[in-house]
Design a protein around this ligand. Structure first.
Ligand code: FMN
Length: 165
């Protein structure tokens, strides 16, 4: 099992996957990680649509060029919220991605058009689609990040302000 700190700092977003399914036990750990994620006032607004059907994954990937790679994911998890709460969704997504990464499974968030995705998945009106996360075993031959997103980070001292802005 991976050290948590290493899992956090070493996890890169991956969009190229091998045609290898995610085992049920690993998937269960990812979903438990989502379930156990704290939410504001413990209101638990997150619900999860777990898509493994290849035809449905292809249909999802066809909805946006930013998420075309979802078509080749082993599984996609759609975070649907009973009430909009971006931070709760973000925490949930990151915990799922870290649980997967600790099992050697790669992932990346994707933005797919909500209305079309809701129609495709039968998500009722009144619920809010927040984000889609694609998961799979990383294809080492194709793991370089798209040129549009350079894999660098700002230096820490540009991010941190001590005791006040
Ligand atoms: C809210 C959010 C939305 C994102 N949407 C997309 C997307 O639609 N398609 C995509 O390929 N990557 C998407 N990403 C992944 C970012 O491009 C990625 O997090 C960033 O480039 C850093 O990647 P790295 O940790 O591998 O350096 C998204 C990330 C976040 C946090």
């Amino acid at each position: 099992m991976m050290d948590t700190y290493r899992a956090v700092v070493d996890k890169r977003d991956q969009r190229a996957f091998l045609p290898k399914p995610v085992p049920d036990d690993a998937l269960r750990r990812m979903l438990q990680a989502a379930r156990m994620t704290g939410s504001s006032k413990n209101r638990e607004p997150n619900r999860l649509v777990v898509v493994r059907d290849p035809a449905r994954l292809r249909a999802m990937g066809a909805l946006s060029r930013f998420g075309a790679w979802i078509a080749d994911a082993a599984v996609a998890v759609v975070i649907v919220q009973t009430e909009r709460h971006e931070f709760d969704a973000g925490r949930c997504a990151q915990n799922m991605m870290l649980a997967a990464w600790s099992d050697g499974i790669g992932s990346c968030p994707a933005h797919l058009p909500e209305a079309e995705l809701a129609r495709l998945l039968g998500v009722p009106d009144g619920l809010h689609i927040n984000r889609v996360i694609g998961f799979g075993y990383i294809d080492p031959a194709r793991m370089a990040a798209p040129r549009s997103v350079a894999r660098t980070r700002l230096p820490l001292d540009q991010l941190v302000h001590w005791d006040a802005w």
